[in-house]
Write a protein that binds this ligand. Sequence first.
Ligand code: NAP
Length: 442
Amino acid sequence: MIEKLPTPYGLVRYGVAPDHPEVKNVINDFEKLVLSKKDQFTFLGNVQFGKDVTYNDLKKCFDVIVLCYGTDAEIKLNIPGEHLIGVESARDFVNWYNGFPDLHEQDHVTSAHARLTRKYKDLLSTSESACIIGQGNVALDVARILSKDRDELQKFDIPDHVLNILREHTDHLRDVYLIGRRGPLQSACTTKELRELTKLTPRAGLYIDPNDLEQIKDIEIKDRAKKRLIDIMKNQVTKHDDVTTNVQMKFLHSPVEFLPKDDQSDRLGSIKFQLNNLVVDNDGNARAVGTDQYVTLKCDVAFRSIGYKSIQVDKDIPFDEKKGIVCNVNGKVDNTSSTYVSGWLKRGPTGVILSNIYDAQETVEEIEKHLEQADDNKGGQQELLKIITQRNASPDRRVVVFDEYLEIDKHEKKRGSVSGKIRDKVMTVREMIDIAHRPQGD
Ligand code: NAP
C-alpha cells in the first residue's frame, strides 16, 4: 500500500468529522488485519504516487495495481465573485478542523495550515452570518462544527488551536444557512446527520421554515429514509429564540453571484440567489429550474460544499475528465490487463464508508477473475523500493512503514491523553517523519 502521507487511513483520518469517532472504528479492524498479516502486507507511507512513483513504475513491479487515491479536488460554482475573501472551500475547512498536515512546509508558522488558521480566525471573528452552499453530509458536518457546543467537541481529535478559534471567535455567528438548490425531498444529507443538527441545543438550534414544507405536505413519501428525513424537518419548524447560533435550511435557492461588502470591496458581504422551481424530467428526476425571482442574503462567510472530484495524478492512467473518475468497468480499468480502481476514484464521490467497503468487494471479485494471468517475473517490492530511493535522496522523503506509523499513532494518543482527548494529531509531515524514524525508546 502506497500512501502520500506518512499515515494511512486518508478520508477516515482527515475527512470524517472529529465528533464521529464511531465511524473511525474501521481503523481498528484494519490495524488488526495488518498486524496479523505482517509477512503479506507492506505499507509505504510518505510516497507520492504520480511523482515519487509513476504508474509505469508500478506496472513494472506488480501483477496487479489497485488505484484508490480518492478525490483530491473540489467542484467550484464558477459564478461571479467567487474570488472574494470569505468565499471558502468546505474541503479546506474540513481539512483544517481535522488537522490535515502540511505536506511541504516544515514549521507551524508558515505552513498552509497556519495560513488557514489565521484566515479563519479573521473571518469567523467578523462574521455574523454564514452560508453553506449545498445540503450534503459535508455541508452538514461544516454546519455542526460551526455551531456545536465547544466543550462537547473538546474530547475528540479536533486540534486544540482549531477548537480555541471556534470557542473564542464564533459567539456572534448568529446565523448558519444550509442552502439547497432543490426542495426538502431532494436534500442530499442522511437522517443521522440531520438528526444531529436537532441536538445542538442549548448552544444552537435547527430551523426549517414551515412554508418550505407546505409544497410537499400532500406527497406520499414511499422511501422510508426520505420519510424519516422529512419527519425530522417537520419537527423543526419553530425558531429557537435563546440560542447563540440558529441553523436554517433554505431550499430552491441557487447562488448566482457573490457580492462584496459596501465598505470592503474584496470581502464577501452578501449572496444573490435565483429562486428555483422543481421540474420532473422523463426519468422521474426533479431538476431545479431558475425562475425570474432573485433574493439577496447578507452573508459574511460562505462555504462551497457542492462535491469533490478526482484528478488524473499520472498522465498514463485512463481517465474520464467529465465524470472525474478512472475509466473502468466494475473496477477493472479500461484497456488494461492489470489495473483496478476502487472507491470514489471508481464511481465518483458518493456514499458513506460502508458503500466503499461494498465497492472494494466488487473490485476484489474482479481481480480474482484475472489473477490466473499473473506474470511471475515482476520486480515486486524490492524493485519498487529501489525506484523510490533513486528518485528521493532527501531525508524528508524517507519512506514510513507501518510499524513506524504506529509510533506516530502512539505519540498522538499519548499527547492527546494529557488534555483528555482521543488523540492530538501531529500537524506537519516533517514532525511525523521525525517521530516515525527516531530511535526506539526516545
Ligand atoms: P453530496 O452528497 O453529493 O452533496 C452535494 C450537495 O451540493 C447537494 O446538495 C447538491 O445538490 C449540491 N450542489 C451540487 N452542485 C451544485 C450547484 N452547482 N449549485 C448548488 N448546489 C449544488 O456531496 P458531499 O456533501 O460533498 O458528500 C460526498 C459524499 O460523502 C456523500 O456521499 C456523503 O454522504 C458522504 N459523506 C458522508 C458523511 C457521513 O456519513 N457523516 C460525512 C461527509 C460526507 P443537488 O442534489 O441538487 O445536486
